[in-house]
Design a protein around this ligand. Structure first.
Ligand code: MN
Length: 747
């Protein structure tokens, strides 16, 4: 445990004007009021405020901050009062301790609304004096360091809160040392397995790179000495958590990380940074695209440094950061460095109350960010919305995008415009057809980035494709897509059921009425007329059963018989059913035919009925077709001469009367299978493929077999617009001298 005199010595070392008596009084007071209180570790309670003060002394903060750290838990946990603190230590320290008391027990991982309200309180307390935040962060850091003594459930909660709120807050304040240590301690608690793996791999890496770090450091040192540049060369190893999160973010292994080891060169002035860069780049080859100059153009949070990667002495990549001592202090300590800087710039005067108060009037970017937050806080009255805004810059597991009207949409990292659409409104998601990101048309699977403006293009007739469920990452989008595809499928089945029943009723001289169906619901064991239609459409309830239930006096129609009706010119048998099937070729039909046609209209695969094509050989518009009800699937379309139809001969109830209903705007292609016999010589396949390609057919699959020595037989699956198109391709193939025969096949 650190001793009081050590703390005073440390503070005096960087601030000789620090009020030693004040520090001692604060220590004695804290010790007295905490009395016999113990930490979870069994240590006397005073060890905690003392260590918190020591962390802040490492950041070289002023005596008022150190005193506030010593007193930070007194009002909260002891008999001490604000009045007493004011009286003994002055109002400046009184208000700091008061601010810390107000946020002492804020729970930031509770329910969303409460979390937002608590976060608001935290920021208001910080707003009064930024030193409140510095003490709070040091307090949390010490609690994280001693977390192993706390009960396991509480441990996880504290670690989560640290990871979610305090580490990002420290980072945003530019305090990278504090942020890194917090993240690492939280990582160890939240994911001990992953932490263990990374630590073990790091040890192995260290062993295999033995001597390398020193070698590089010496080489750099020697070169800089040659050029007489005063510089400090430091090496550093990436922390387990930053290694892990980079592996996760980039989906790479530890071995693929090039920046586990890095070097820092610290110099006296900005000009020296460029002198070092000159030496480094003339000695070693630089890796292109890795050079960044944040000295001339600082990052938004005031960070300054030159970054470069070189090919080092042993031909490995070496990452370098070159910066002045002052830039380094700012990079590591953030606003804490600003505090020190201001203090020393003010001269050697006694630290007077209020003079060094770190308020939001400071002109650093970190302060500006805080100030903007506070302004929003005062404007808005919805703490939840406020939290969302804050997360925009705090939380790195989320992306924040905007609607064209400027509404903020927060999504999980990796989210797509589909997630965005569902986050705006379920209806928007369900009717989404495309998107524009920042004004440009982009694919719907694009991963959104922070600040993207997303415009969703919609169509009322759209239903979300089931495949979107795999593209979406948010739970809301996924469940909505599942629901919508289920409903769309149900609507298709219901429509098909209505078509089938309508025709069945007509065949017995009745017209379909919803009321008729509703009357027989109990007999069919169905809950609603729509359930009946859906069951019929799914092929789970034969239309004959519905007829029987509705009109018991009408005799069941004779099961239809199939018969061979014709022999086609290609030599196939055409089969049809006896029950008045009417097929037509679309080219030959007039508009009136279409109206009178009895078959269920097939508009292709994207129509509003559940339709699929037989796997063997397919069917194209112009083919005479028949539908077979597949329970749970819908209609499968077969050409009437397909051999596969034979197996449905004894199930007449499954046959449905269908007809093509393809209009000019159709964009679907249809599957067909042809068999080509050709002379077996080099280039035959290429010639066949060329003819099909030039004819505008898509080749889906080719199977080849050698029937006899000189001939090759190819079975080709094609996609074409219709029968005319297919016949054109077939004639094209027949005109080739290498081709001896072409025919369609359904095997
Ligand atoms: Mn504390």
């Amino acid at each position: 445990m650190m001793r009081q005199y050590e703390l005073v010595e440390r503070v005096k070392a960087y601030d000789p004007d620090a009020d030693e008596a004040l520090l001692n009084r604060a220590y004695v007071y804290a010790m007295k009021v905490h009395g016999h209180q113990k930490r979870a570790s069994g240590d006397p309670y005073i060890s905690h405020p003392l260590e918190v003060a020591a962390i802040l002394a490492d950041l070289k903060l002023d005596d008022a901050t150190i005193v506030s750290a010593l007193l930070h838990d007194t009002i909260e946990d002891t008999e001490a009062t604000r009045d007493e603190i004011d009286r003994l230590f002055g109002e400046e320290i009184g208000s700091l301790v008061d601010g810390l008391t107000k946020i002492a027990k804020l729970d930031l991982v509770t329910k969303k609304a409460e979390q937002a309200e608590n976060f608001r309180k935290l920021l208001i307390a910080i707003a009064s004096d930024a030193r409140v935040l510095l003490v709070k962060l040091a307090d949390r850091l010490h609690n994280m360091r001693t977390l192993q003594h706390v009960r396991p459930e509480k441990r996880k909660r504290i670690a989560q809160e640290t990871m979610d709120i305090y580490a990002p807050l420290a980072a945003r304040m530019g305090m990278h040392g504090v942020c890194e240590e917090m993240e690492d301690l939280a990582f160890k608690t939240l994911n001990p397995e992953a932490y263990g793996i990374v630590v073990k791999r790091l040890e192995e890496l260290r062993a295999s790179n033995k001597g390398l770090i020193e070698e590089i450091q010496l080489a750099l040192r020697a070169k800089l000495d040659e050029s007489k540049i005063r510089a400090q060369v430091l090496s550093r190893e990436k922390k387990p958590y930053s290694i892990w999160s980079k592996m996760e973010r980039k989906q790479i292994s530890l071995g693929q990380l090039s920046d586990i080891y890095g070097f820092r060169v610290l110099v006296d002035s900005p000009a020296d940074c460029y002198a070092v860069l000159g030496v480094v780049h003339t000695t070693w080859r630089m890796v292109p695209g890795r050079f960044k100059d944040y000295v001339s153009t600082p990052k938004q949070n005031d960070y300054q440094s030159i970054h470069t990667t070189i090919v080092g002495p042993r031909h490995q990549r070496v990452e370098l950061q070159i910066r002045s001592e002052r830039m380094h202090r700012f990079a590591e300590y953030g606003i804490a460095a600003h505090a020190l800087y201001k203090g020393s710039a003010n001269g050697k005067g006694k630290p007077g109350a209020g003079k060094k108060k770190l308020t939001l009037s400071e002109e650093s970017n970190a302060y500006r960010w805080l100030r903007r937050l506070i302004e929003m806080l005062l404007e808005g009255d919805n703490p939840e919305e406020f939290l969302e805004h804050t997360k925009l810059e705090l939380f790195h597991d989320q992306v924040f995008c905007f609607t064209p009207k400027g509404l903020l949409i927060a999504l999980a990292r990796g989210a797509t415009p589909i997630d965005f659409a569902y986050a705006v409104h379920t209806d928007i998601g369900n009717s989404c057809t495309g998107c524009k990101i920042n004004g440009r048309t982009m694919p719907l699977m694009t991963r959104l980035k922070n600040g993207d403006e997303v415009e969703i293009l919609i169509s009322k007739t759209q239903t979300p494709p089931a495949a979107w469920e795999r593209v979406a990452v948010t739970g809301k989008a996924r469940s909505a897509i599942r629901r919508a595809t289920r409903e769309a499928a149900r609507a298709q089945y219901s429509k098909l059921g209505r078509e089938i029943l309508g025709r069945a009723f007509k065949r017995v001289g009745k017209s379909y009425r919803k009321s008729t169906i509703e009357r027989i619901l109990p007999r069919l064991s169905q809950a609603s007329s729509d359930d009946v239609l859906t069951a019929v459409g799914r092929g789970e309830l034969p239309s004959a059963d519905v007829l029987q239930a509705a009109f018991p006096n009408i005799p069941r129609p004779e099961p239809p018989r199939r018969r061979i009706v014709q022999r086609s010119e290609e030599g196939w048998f055409g089969l049809t059913k006896a029950i008045g099937l009417k097929f037509r070729l679309p080219g030959a039909s007039s508009r009136d035919d279409r109206k009178n046609a009895e078959g269920i209209p097939i508009k292709g695969l994207k129509g509003d009925l559940p339709v699929g094509f037989a796997a063997t050989g397919g069917a194209v518009p112009g083919d005479r077709i028949v539908g077979i009800m597949e329970p749970g699937v819908g209609i499968t379309i077969y050409p009437i001469h397909a051999e596969a139809l034979k197996k449905f001969d004894d199930q007449p109830e499954r046959w449905v009367d269908v007809r093509w209903d393809i209009d000019e705007k159709n964009e679907d292609r249809f599957p067909a299978r042809i068999q080509v016999s050709a002379i077996n010589e080099p280039g035959t396949l290429a010639q066949v493929a060329r003819i099909i390609g030039e004819g505008g057919g898509n080749i889906d699959n080719i199977k080849m077999r050698r029937a006899v020595e000189d001939y090759t037989e190819m079975v080709i699956d094609l996609e074409v617009w219709d029968l005319t198109h297919l016949n054109e391709i077939i004639s094209g193939l027949r005109s080739q001298s290498v081709v001896s025969a072409v025919k369609r096949t359904h095997e």
